[in-house]
Design a protein around this ligand. Structure first.
Ligand code: CBY
Length: 432
């Protein structure tokens, strides 16, 4: 009798633990939303020196329907000014994110008459990327991450593209998905989201001739998802903390392409929340890229017909946890800094505690202007080193300046990585 009574209870428990239930609970709980405060305060307190950061954040806030009218207004101004000033100088990915951010919802007070023009401009940029591939050994003008961003915006905003061409370009064998032989999760994830949009749009239009292309695209998605899942770490992160948000989005949009047992979404979510509490995602772009996935949203939710203002206003209470300097740590630290081309040029550099990689480079440059000379370009992720000792990185040759600590390539850029006393830092002429 007792056993009989227990049966329904066991059933109920099993129901809650089934994989489909697990996937449903994989968003930040309403009661835990304060965990996201560090992300929101990073977004709120940023100076937005790089305009594309503003597009990233605006898109993210609109996607999760978090309302902060002041911030949104500020971001809109920056994005619109940039668009009218730089317009055709924006790269394909930058333009795609501008279109996505401005068009993510409909505001009756705003007139976006030039949206249509932006989509046309993106069509042109997308073709330029492809043309460059023909002329430069398969290398696009920028990279496949941006090509995927471009495709996604064209797909969501009714731009023109050839589905046959897309099916050929985005084949998983394409070496543009790889950097130095390693699969780029960020790139693969963005491609999965874009290809899923294309596939759904083909299915909606019911064009018979496109059915086989739809099957090909579906196979590409399946294969990319396999590669993404093979980058899953023991703690649930997918490659690293900065690629995990977009990998989660790719996995959300293609639930039918893997077994539920292949991914424990809750574990990934918990690890990301722990990282947030420890001060990761302290740049606006990093915060903007992780936020949608934590609230169960993907870029496919961008909806130009929904109203802009809704949801609740957010109050930022928690301060951003940064790298706290222990009280007894020395106020100045010394690191070894090297530039490697064929030869290696090294020096010892003393910088204040809490300095970033870029500060070390500046200090070395003061010591020797010829050997340690360098230039940077601002990107939405912070400064990107373009040139050292007069030698410039080049997309067509797939060359770049790689940054390392000891033998390990860093997963942050020169403007974010905080250096440690006694560390050996290097910038190395490399090929991806
Ligand atoms: N955005 C882009 O075009 C960038 C696309 C991206 C895949 C990007 C990562 C992912 C993302 N979510 O934005 C990317 N990096 C690319 C394409 C590249 C290549 C750039 C050249 C090109 N073809 O466009 C290249 C050369 C392979 C590359 N990244 C180099 C580097 C190193 C930069 C060093 C330098 N010279 O300044 C570096 C620091 C790796 C290293 N150890 O040398 C690097 N990238 C890192 C760490 C990163 C991550 C940044 C994380 C952070 N917190 O700062 C990254 C998010 C990102 C930006 N790269 Co690249 C990847 C990750 O770790 N998950 C378009 C825009 C409009 O959205």
């Amino acid at each position: 009798m007792r056993q009989l009574l227990q049966l329904p209870l066991v059933g109920l428990l099993l129901f809650f633990l089934t994989p489909s239930q697990q996937s449903k609970i994989c968003v930040v709980d309403k009661k835990d939303e304060s965990c996201l405060n560090p992300l929101l305060s990073t977004m709120n307190n940023s100076k937005y020196t790089n305009e594309v950061q503003a597009a990233h954040v605006l898109l993210s806030l609109r996607l999760v329907r978090i309302k902060n009218q002041n911030l949104e207004q500020r971001l809109m101004e920056i994005v619109k000014n940039t668009t009218s000033r730089k317009g055709s100088d924006l790269s394909s990915g930058q333009l795609a994110w501008t279109i996505m951010a401005l068009g993510a919802c409909h505001n009756p007070n705003e007139n976006f008459s030039n949206d249509f023009q932006l989509v046309h401009l993106l069509e042109k940029k997308f073709q330029e990327e492809i043309k460059n591939m023909g002329a430069h050994n398969g290398n696009s003008l920028t990279n496949y991450y941006q090509l995927s961003q471009g495709l996604l915006a064209l797909c969501l905003f009714s731009g023109n593209y050839s589905v046959t061409e897309i099916a050929e370009l985005f084949t998983p064998e394409n070496e543009n998905y790889y950097f130095s032989g390693q699969f780029s999760v960020d790139t693969g994830a963005m491609a999965v989201v874009a290809l899923t949009c294309v596939k759904r749009s083909i299915e909606k239009q019911k064009i018979e001739a496109d059915t086989t292309i739809s099957v090909t695209i579906d196979n590409h998605i399946k294969s990319l998802i396999k590669k993404i899942l093979s980058e899953k770490k023991e703690n649930g992160l997918i490659r690293n903390i900065y690629s995990t948000g977009e990998a989660m989005q790719a996995l959300f949009v293609s639930k039918n392409n893997y077994e539920q047992s292949e991914w424990n979404c809750k574990q990934t979510l918990d690890t990301v929340l722990k990282e947030i509490s420890q001060g990761a995602f302290s740049t606006p772009t990093a915060a903007a890229q992780i936020l949608p996935a934590l609230m169960g949203k993907t870029y496919l939710y961008v909806n130009k017909d929904s109203p802009c203002v809704s949801g609740s206003d957010f109050n930022v209470s928690a301060p951003v946890p940064g790298s706290v300097t222990p009280e007894n740590s020395p106020s100045a630290i010394t690191v070894r800094y090297s530039v490697q081309i064929n030869e290696t040029y090294s020096t010892n550099v003393t910088v204040p505690n809490g300095s970033v990689f870029l500060d070390v480079m500046k200090e070395a440059q003061k010591q020797n202007k010829t050997v340690f000379d360098f230039t940077v370009e601002e990107t939405s992720w912070g400064p990107y080193v373009t040139c050292v000792q007069g030698l410039s990185a080049n997309n067509n040759d797939r060359t770049y300046w790689e940054i390392l600590s000891g033998p390990k390539p860093l997963s942050q850029g020169v403007g974010s990585y905080v250096v440690h006393d006694g560390e050996s830092l290097m910038i190395r002429w490399s090929k991806y």
